[in-house]
Design a binder for this molecule. Structure first.
Ligand code: NAP
Length: 255
């Protein structure tokens, strides 16, 4: 049985909420009673997700937003607060993968693109969320890193650099804002069965059996298992948890 949370009266903001872990987390927040702002660059997936949740009676807001554009992020966060009156929790999840490449061959364009979404996107979200949360003196932010934030992997230097960077942003902001009532943490998913990973498998960039064997639990994770960790990090049960990079990876980084 999964733990249940009562986030009634609270407001959550989730990026990349049209797919994968963002979608699972938006659903979990909504089912726990929170009003949820779902944001994604993919307007079609976003609207489908939001319509489903609204149809189930949840309070949701769909906002198309490219996290690599700070103005769009600021507007989405502001709109959330205008609509729901406050912001209590955020999962800064949106991210992209890029094809694996020899570190000596990678283009500056690929490096810049993956950093713009995965690192500057988290930076922009956190910045504008903190502006609202600090006014209330409370809040919980979870940033999406990866096992790639904790270890290196051949062919993945730029992606892993972004995820290491997310942990740096998280720890520094956590120290700055813990005394002001806001907790900032990161989650580090292992290999999770989402459209991103299906796409990598389809392109031959990842071998499913190998990925399963690399996780001591011998399977891929589910998006819902990451949502569980995010909700816990946002809950009063994690009131003393500050600045951690929590692996949720079936044991990958414990090896
Ligand atoms: P996913 O299924 O591809 O979902 C990511 C969502 O984010 C998609 O809807 C995507 O839209 C959206 N997105 C992409 N770029 C965006 C942008 N610039 N602004 C706003 N939204 C954007 O991926 P996922 O597997 O759930 O991954 C979620 C996060 O977990 C990412 O940060 C990823 O790096 C991280 N992660 C994933 C794994 C894994 O094994 N799956 C492991 C560790 C960490 P499009 O579909 O249009 O791109």
């Amino acid at each position: 049985m999964n733990p249940s949370y009562d986030f009634g009266g609270q407001v959550a903001f989730v990026t990349g909420a049209g797919s994968g872990m963002g979608l699972a987390t938006a659903r979990a927040f909504a089912r726990s009673g929170a009003a949820v702002a779902l944001t994604d660059v993919d307007g079609t997936a976003l609207n489908t997700a939001a319509e489903q949740l609204a149809g189930d009676g949840h309070q949701v807001l769909a906002l198309t937003c490219d996290v690599s554009d700070e103005d769009q992020v600021a507007a989405a966060v502001d709109r959330t607060v205008e609509t729901f009156g406050r912001l209590d929790m955020a999962y800064n999840n949106a991210g992209i993968q890029i094809p694996p490449v020899d570190a000596a061959e990678e283009s500056a364009e690929q490096f810049d693109r993956v950093h713009a979404v995965n690192l500057r996107g988290v930076w922009a979200c956190m910045k504008h969320e903190l502006r609202h949360m600090r006014a209330r003196g409370s809040g919980a932010i979870v940033n999406c890193s990866s096992l790639g934030g904790l270890v290196g992997l051949p062919g993945r230097a730029s992606y892993h650099a972004t995820k290491h960077g997310v942990i740096g942003l998280t720890g520094s902001a956590a120290l700055e804002y813990a005394p002001r009532g806001i907790r900032v943490n990161a989650v580090c998913p292992g290999t999770i069965d989402t459209p991103m990973v299906s796409d990598m498998i389809a392109k031959g960039e990842l071998d499913r059996a190998e990925a399963e064997a690399n996780q001591p639990i011998n399977r891929l994770g589910t998006a819902e298992e990451i949502a569980e960790a995010v909700l816990w990090l946002c809950s009063p049960g994690a009131a003393f948890v500050v600045g951690v990079a929590l692996p949720v990876d079936g044991g990958y980084v414990a090896q």
